[in-house]
Design a protein around this ligand. Structure first.
Ligand code: 5GP
Length: 211
């Protein structure tokens, strides 16, 4: 398995969606069942929610710290989302890709746009749509972790975020969680087999042809 990994450069699997469309659950299930997939951990200036763990869910940093990281070019991409800053620290991601691991990103359309500009060949982007706006609202309220004004702001932004679906490679409508997870797994499996990603293939075939 290790040799197989070395002969392939890792890909960047981006999942975006409006909050509440099921993206976080899908990401968690994929990471649990796929040992070659690791998560990118973003830095954010927003405060932790109950249960969130430093270094696992996010690196929680102050605004001056975030600004220092930005000026030092430590982010692969960064954006302001709602009233906070979010960014993907570059070092971990680049190390994992070079080792042939695939990296999962839970980032918004602004970050995806930046990755597309800087790393197009490595990028596989999926937009998760909720089955309906009513269901999206139900899920956002069911989560009950955020104050009412934040929920309202997110609902208002959901339709904005959803307008970016045509910029993504794949669209998954999350009618049923198990089915959506399986669809994302299928996308990942196919993308891993793309000829351009299998960089050791030339030598492999050459050796079989005795050349
Ligand atoms: P939340 O605060 O709910 O964890 O995330 C809010 C939004 O920020 C989500 O749409 C999430 O995908 C996005 N986000 C999280 N981390 C990053 C990041 O590093 N970069 C960008 N561009 N967006 C992020």
């Amino acid at each position: 398995m290790a040799d197989q990994n070395r002969s392939r450069r890792g890909l960047m699997l981006v999942l975006s969606s409006p909050s509440g469309a099921g993206k976080t659950t899908i990401a968690r299930e994929l990471l649990k069942s796929d040992s070659n997939l690791v998560s990118s951990v973003s830095a954010t200036t927003r405060p932790p929610r109950p249960g969130e763990i430093e270094g696992v869910d996010y690196y929680f940093v102050t605004v001056p710290h975030f600004e220092r990281m930005t000026s030092a070019n430590e982010f692969l991409e960064h954006a302001r989302v709602f009233d906070n800053f979010y960014g993907t620290p570059r070092v971990h991601v680049e190390n994992q890709l070079n080792m042939g691991r695939d990296v999962l990103f839970d980032i918004d359309w602004q970050g995806t746009q930046q990755l597309r500009e800087n790393a197009r060949d490595d990028l596989v982007s999926i937009f998760i749509l909720p089955p309906s706006l009513a269901e999206l609202e139900r899920r956002l309220r069911g989560r009950a972790q955020d104050p009412e004004d934040i929920v309202r702001k997110r609902m208002a932004r959901a339709s904005d975020e959803m307008s970016h679906w045509p910029e993504y490679d794949y669209i998954v409508v999350n009618h049923d969680l198990a089915n959506s997870i399986s669809e994302v797994r299928t996308i990942l499996a196919a993308e891993r087999l793309k000829r351009a990603r299998q960089i050791g293939l030339g030598d492999f075939v050459k050796s079989m042809r005795g050349a």
